[in-house]
Structure formats: structure tokens, C-alpha cells
Design a protein around this ligand. Structure first.
Ligand code: ADP
Ligand code: MG
Length: 484
């Protein structure tokens, strides 16, 4: 599409992100909420609203929603009710979904995102609690199967204001929300399994228009990359229609990642079709100061707090701090490591180098990393004091530490014979030996072939079995060569 056409329009994007809460039972019943069980084995009469049954709120789900609101700086509603949202759909056999319409548990707030255009806050409209619906499984043939295990699983829905304008911002928002829910330990953030889902609302308007265009809602994006791709193709589609003078219908569309296209599903229901009304089976939930304070006390360190600490206290670059706070377990390990060493830059390099490679290769999280922070700090200390060099430490000592995490570092260093000689008295004889062994090269060096220093260094290191401290060796070599 031509750039001048793009320039004519303003793009408006608002997201609705659903996150399944990590509660072991459902939001209004004791039915288990684990993923992957045989279809229809985890649903009972309460979720199906059989006559005479009563839902009862899972208070933990409520607390997890409040945690998300606190992390986003939202206002927490003190008086909450639950509403019934009435609609017919095969995966909702009781005919209504319990949600929060007029009293979302959290109002306002924001999530800070970073894109190539800089840092900005995406404003939230609300975060509310609701129950998930069941799942329709469409087959190749004419049949559709219904699995109701997911029905009644606790969800929060995070609704942004329509204040994003690029697919990149939308992707950054979902990335940040996924990071937050993982830090808070309220959702596993797994988009492939559907525990984190994103619907994107997209509209366009002429730059000088004063009212928003009709929005199209896109569903079924199972990765952050696909959120970005889907929004981009939808923007193109809308601009093409607008250029042809056609109207953009307000509708729900589904994204097909293989074809990289959106397809119309259904016209969007009008708001009042749902006939929301307070669920008479559930009592109002009052959030007292005491309860709120208890929840506040359980808040973990948040990614931006650790980022700020890494930059201001540990003097790391913003890049390093971003990488190291990307996942909570790495950030916490790094923070613990910095409690044992003052060489923060070395700590960051160990984390981003050997530690991360090992975690990637073994597909483990940092909370499963076998070496305790104190031991890794000991290695940094041994390098700084000249006892070890980084190559020996990372290539020989580190693998041994992973194998024998219980053995003190100093013992492993001794067993491997890695302690290097910074003692001039033991390096000098080796240097003299090397100089005697390469008379021709010494001549060349003296005539100005300075690059030969590498060869001499290599020889000394080899003959010292890697124990010679490179810096001392180089200084001594240069001095000795000068005097020959
Ligand atoms: P609905 O009444 O259809 O549920 P809401 O006003 O509740 O619509 O908004 C739902 C989502 O759509 C929100 O994330 C909001 O930011 C987004 N949204 C609303 N209007 C627009 C628009 N014109 N263009 C893009 N997104 C929009
Ligand atoms: Mg709405």
C-alpha cells in the first residue's frame, strides 16, 4: 500500500486481553480448573447452573484480579457485584455468563510499553472478573464437539482505552501484560494453550475526522507475533475498502495465520442485546481496607521496579536491565547475585552469557538453576583477584559447578588445577624457555613484526597449562623481549 494513502488515515486500536487465573478451582465452584484433562470430565452442576445449585465466589480469584489492578495503578472498586450477560452459544449451555458489567473490580490504570518510538503508557479502561465459556472443537467433517472443562474457569479481562495506533504498540502491550501476569504469578501467560488471549479492536478514520470509525474486532490470535500480523493486515484491508469508498462494517472477524488474512464471523451484537442484570445468586463483594492491605502485602517486586533498581543501583545499561528483567526468575537470581558481589557488570555478563545459555539449552527456568548465587559470586571474586581467568572459569569450572553444585568453588578450582600463576617467579622461567625455543621469531619480532606477540603468548599459556595470568604474562614477555 502506498505511503500517501497510509498518511491519510489515523489508526485506532483497543485491546481486550483475557487471562486465565492460576486458581486450582473455578471462579464460582470447586470444580478443578487444570488444563488438558479428558473432555467434559471437569464440569459439574454449578457451572452448568442446574436448578437448585448456587455459585459461590472463589476469593482467591478475586485477590488475583486485585493484584493485577494494583500492578497497573488502577483504582480498586470497594463494592462489587456480578452480572449475568445473557446470550445463546453452544459452549455456554446455561445461557448466560457471569461477569462484571457496572462494577469492574479495577478501573483505569495503565501499562507502560516500550517500542522503537519510545516509552509510553497505554491507558486501561477496566479490569473485570468473569467466568470462561466452554470450547467448541470444529472437526474436518460436519461435526462440532463441545468441551465444557473450561467453562467456569476464572478469568480477568483487561480492557484498554482505544489509544494505541500501531500493531507494534499492540504487540508491546500484550508482551508487557504477559510479563506482568507472570511476575504476579496470577496466570501462566501461555498463549498457545489459550490461558492468555487477546482480541484486537481496530478502526481507521481520516486524519481530520472528529469521530472514530466503526471498529472491527479480531479474534483467534494465538501468539504475540500473530496479534501484530493480524492488526497489520486488518489495517490494510480497512484502508483498501475506504479508498474504494466502501463502508467498513462493525463486525467480528477471525484471523487465519496460515493465510495471513482476517475473515468475517458475525455482525457484532448491540450492547443492550446482552440484557445484563445483577446475578441474584451471588452476594455483593465488599473490599475492606484490611483485605486490600493484606493483598498489597503479598505484592512481589514488579518488572519496572527491578529494572529501575538494576539501572540506578547496579549501574547496568538499559539494554542489560531490560534483558535481565524480561523474566522474573532471572531477575530475582540476578538481584540475589548482586547481594553477594559488587561487580554488577560481571554479574550481568555471567547471567546473560553462561547462565542464560545453560538455561536455554536445558530448557529450565532460573529458579531451577543448580548453582546458588553465592557460589557464582565466588567465581566473580576469584576472577577479579586474578586467581582465575574468564575462559577457564566459564569453560572448565562452570560445567563442573553445574555437575557438583554442592562442592565449594575453591575445591573445584583446586581439583581442576585452574588457579593461575600471577606469580612472576613461576612465569619468568617459562618465558625464558619460550624465547630460547624460538630464536628466529624473536629476531623477526625485534625487526618490527609485532603481531608475533600472540604466538609467544600462546606458547607461554600452553606451557603453563593455562595457569599463567594473561596480563602479567604479556607485561613480562614484552619486558624480557626488549632486553634480549
Ligand atoms: P463494546 O461496546 O463493543 O464492548 P467498548 O467500548 O466496550 O465496545 O470497547 C471494547 C474495546 O474496543 C476496548 O478495548 C476499546 O478500547 C476498543 N474500542 C472502542 N472503540 C474503538 C474504536 N473506534 N476503534 C478501535 N477500538 C475501539
Ligand atoms: Mg465492552
Amino acid at each position: 500500500m502506498k505511503e500517501e494513502i497510509r498518511q491519510k488515515y489515523r489508526v485506532v486500536i483497543g485491546l481486550e486481553v483475557h487471562a486465565q487465573l492460576l486458581t486450582s478451582s473455578k471462579i464460582f465452584s470447586a470444580e478443578p480448573s487444570s488444563f488438558g484433562a479428558a473432555p467434559n470430565t471437569q464440569v459439574g452442576v454449578i457451572t452448568l447452573a442446574h436448578p437448585g445449585t448456587l455459585p459461590k465466589l472463589n476469593r482467591r480469584a478475586f485477590e488475583l484480579a486485585i493484584k493485577m489492578g494494583l500492578a497497573c495503578g488502577s483504582e480498586i472498586s470497594r463494592n462489587n457485584i456480578f452480572d449475568r450477560k445473557n446470550y445463546f452459544y453452544p459452549d455456554l449451555p446455561k445461557g448466560y455468563q457471569i461477569t462484571q458489567d457496572r462494577t469492574p473490580v479495577c478501573r483505569g490504570g495503565s501499562v507502560t510499553i516500550k517500542t522503537k518510538d519510545g516509552v509510553r503508557d497505554v491507558k486501561l479502561n477496566r479490569i473485570h472478573l468473569e467466568e470462561d465459556a466452554g470450547k467448541s472443537i470444529h472437526t474436518e467433517g460436519p461435526d462440532t464437539f463441545i468441551d465444557l472443562n473450561r467453562a467456569g474457569v476464572a478469568l480477568i479481562e483487561i480492557v484498554t482505552e482505544p489509544n494505541m495506533s500501531t500493531a507494534e504498540e499492540a504487540a508491546a502491550f500484550v508482551t508487557e501484560v504477559r510479563k506482568l501476569v507472570r511476575y504476579l504469578d496470577i496466570c501462566d501467560g501461555n498463549m498457545e494453550e489459550g490461558s492468555l488471549r487477546c482480541d484486537a479492536n481496530v478502526s481507521i478514520m481520516l486524519k481530520d475526522a472528529t469521530v472514530f470509525g466503526k471498529k472491527v474486532e479480531i479474534k483467534n490470535m494465538n501468539s504475540i507475533r500473530n496479534v501484530q500480523r493480524a492488526i497489520n493486515v486488518e489495517i490494510e484491508r480497512q484502508m483498501e475498502l475506504a479508498e474504494k469508498g466502501e463502508v467498513i462494517a462493525s463486525e467480528t472477524r477471525t484471523y487465519d495465520a496460515d493465510k495471513n488474512k482476517t475473515f468475517g464471523m458475525r455482525e457484532k451484537e448491540e450492547l443492550n442485546d446482552y440484557r445484563y442484570f445483577p446475578d441474584p445468586d451471588l452476594s455483593p463483594v465488599v473490599v475492606s481496607d484490611e483485605w486490600l492491605n493484606q493483598i498489597k502485602a503479598t505484592m512481589p517486586a514488579l518488572p519496572h521496579e527491578l529494572f529501575n533498581k538494576f539501572v540506578s543501583q547496579y549501574k547496568l545499561s538499559e539494554y542489560d536491565a531490560t534483558v535481565l528483567t524480561d523474566s522474573k526468575d532471572i531477575a530475582l537470581y540476578m538481584d540475589a547475585l548482586c547481594g553477594h558481589t559488587k561487580n554488577y557488570k560481571a554479574a550481568a555478563n555471567w547471567m546473560m552469557g553462561p547462565v542464560k545459555s545453560w538455561l536455554n539449552e536445558s530448557q529450565k527456568n532460573a529458579d531451577q538453576f543448580p548453582v546458588i548465587p553465592k557460589n557464582l559470586a565466588d567465581v566473580i571474586e576469584l576472577i577479579d583477584s586474578g586467581t582465575l581467568n574468564f575462559t577457564g572459569a566459564s569453560q572448565r569450572l562452570f560445567p563442573e559447578m553445574l555437575q557438583h553444585p554442592e562442592v565449594p568453588v575453591r575445591n573445584l578450582v583446586d581439583q581442576l588445577g585452574l588457579a593461575q600463576e600471577s606469580n612472576q617467579n613461576s612465569i619468568l622461567p617459562i618465558i625464558e624457555e619460550v624465547i630460547a625455543a624460538f630464536p628466529e621469531e624473536v629476531k623477526q619480532f625485534k625487526k618490527g613484526k609485532g603481531a608475533l606477540i600472540g604466538m609467544f603468548m600462546g606458547e607461554v599459556m600452553k606451557r603453563s597449562q593455562g595457569k599463567a595470568d594473561p596480563k602479567t604474562t604479556k607485561d613480562l614477555l614484552l619486558n624480557t623481549l626488549k632486553e634480549v
